[in-house]
Design a protein. Structure first.
Length: 197
């Protein structure tokens, strides 16, 4: 998007989530797939309280005349440190100012602004919420995680199982209650996420 690093967050005049998707639509050689993947990344950041999912964490890969959205990278989560309900994402979903205020209407607004079907976006977000508990369980049972010698990954996997769907209406998210009581988070690797696709 050719913006300076000082404008990577929406709050600093950087791109919105809809701008991200519109940029992917404009530049990608595989528009539908890359739009879906960018929407999934936004949903993951919302779900995992990845508050630093700013514009500079999305890139395009160029190979000859092919342009594709790069794999996810620089994923993080504030779940270990703060209750996410009042946290703001680097790129808001719709007009929701915080993670806790992001519900169906915010996702529908995002879908409309980004030129997507609200029904399809909500279905993708709900699918992400269905897949998240298994992703946490897989990561918790990974041998590298087990070598950490902590019960944290298993506790996180158990807590994530209550995140089942996008809430009806708008306002407080249904999964917020589960997120509010989190203890330090487990890093979910991109390899774990790609196994879900």
């Amino acid at each position: 998007m050719r913006l300076p690093s000082t404008r990577k967050h929406e709050s600093d005049g950087g791109p919105t989530a809809a701008d991200l998707v519109q940029g992917v639509r404009r530049e990608s050689s595989a528009r539908e797939d890359d739009i879906a993947r960018s929407t999934d990344a936004l949903a993951w950041n919302w779900l995992a309280a990845g508050t630093d999912g700013h514009a500079k964490n999305y890139s395009l890969l160029l190979q000859d005349t092919t342009v594709r959205l790069a794999p996810w990278y620089d994923l993080n989560s504030l779940l270990p440190y703060r209750a996410p309900g009042r946290l703001a994402l680097a790129m808001r979903i719709g007009d929701a100012p915080t993670i806790g205020a992001t519900g169906r209407s915010a996702w529908a607004t995002f879908a409309q602004r980004s030129g997507q079907s609200p029904e399809q976006v909500l279905a993708r977000v709900e699918r992400m919420l269905e897949l998240a508990p298994e992703a946490f369980r897989r990561a918790a049972t990974d041998p590298l995680t087990a070598d950490l010698g902590s019960d944290l990954p298993e506790r996180l996997a158990e807590q994530s199982s209550s995140m089942t769907r996008v809430p009806a209406g708008h306002g407080v998210c249904r999964h917020r209650a589960a997120l509010e009581n989190r203890t330090p988070d487990l890093l979910i690797t991109s390899e774990t996420l790609y196994r879900l696709s």
